[in-house]
Design a protein. Structure first.
Length: 232
């Protein structure tokens, strides 16, 4: 009689039980690790949502201020009319402005005009290249201001979704145990984080859309202004 065959047949179910127990233990360990990691991310997500929401309020205030300033300047004199009036009172390759005239300029002209004046006072050799580089630098700086808003369009709703999903695990666990207080607490967190995240995303999208239109209009006016100055 082959004892090895008998022993092998006897221990095979035992080995299967050991394999199943090992797999179940591994799954339980992974579940515990993921649960701990998920729970640990809840408070950072909530803190980021509050911080981004406060930042969005400040940004919205700056947006309203910029809108009122643009409206005020447009009522006084449009960008094209300003350029034509400016060129009529400027000498060749020389830009003269009084402090009052500078304050009445469209605000995106002020910094550019100061740097452009410095370039026009230099040698004529390579002037066009330097002015073109200056114009591109200003345009890049203006467009760069939209990067944070574009980031918030995606980050806000993403954090809101994370803030919704993370508390759902403890909420379901509390439901199975009949702990209504813990259940309601987690449900409140889930819904409020969703609302805040969506509010951040919607506000950022609105501001980004309007500012993008402003920037393209500003770039067009700066290019027109630069071309007029270089041809004068």
């Amino acid at each position: 009689m082959d004892y090895r065959c008998c022993c092998g047949g006897m221990f095979q179910p035992f080995r299967l039980r050991l394999d199943k127990e090992a797999v179940m233990n591994l799954l339980a360990l992974l579940q515990t690790i993921l649960s701990v990691l998920s729970s640990a991310m809840l408070y950072p997500v909530m803190i980021l949502l509050v911080a981004f929401f406060l930042w969005m309020i400040i940004t919205l205030g700056g947006f309203v201020s910029e809108y009122l300033e643009r409206k005020k300047q447009t009522r006084k004199q449009g960008p094209k009319e300003f350029v034509e009036s400016f060129m009529e009172h400027s000498n060749e390759n020389t830009l003269h402005l009084k402090s009052q005239e500078i304050q009445e300029m469209p605000f995106y002209f002020r910094e550019y005009l100061e740097e452009l004046t410095g370039e026009l006072k230099k040698d004529t050799a390579g002037r066009e290249v330097r002015v073109e580089y200056l114009l591109q630098s200003i345009e890049q700086k203006m467009v760069k201001g939209l990067d944070t808003l574009r980031l918030m369009i995606r980050v806000g709703p993403t954090l809101g979704l994370m803030g919704t999903i993370i508390p759902m695990g403890p909420a379901l666990s509390a439901l199975s145990q009949g702990d209504l207080e813990k259940l309601s607490s987690n449900i409140i967190i889930a819904f409020t984080t969703t609302v805040v995240g969506l509010a951040i995303g919607i506000t950022a999208y609105f501001l980004s859309t309007v500012k993008n239109r402003w920037i393209h209009e500003d770039i067009k006016n700066l290019e027109y202004f630069t071309e007029c100055v270089m041809k004068s």
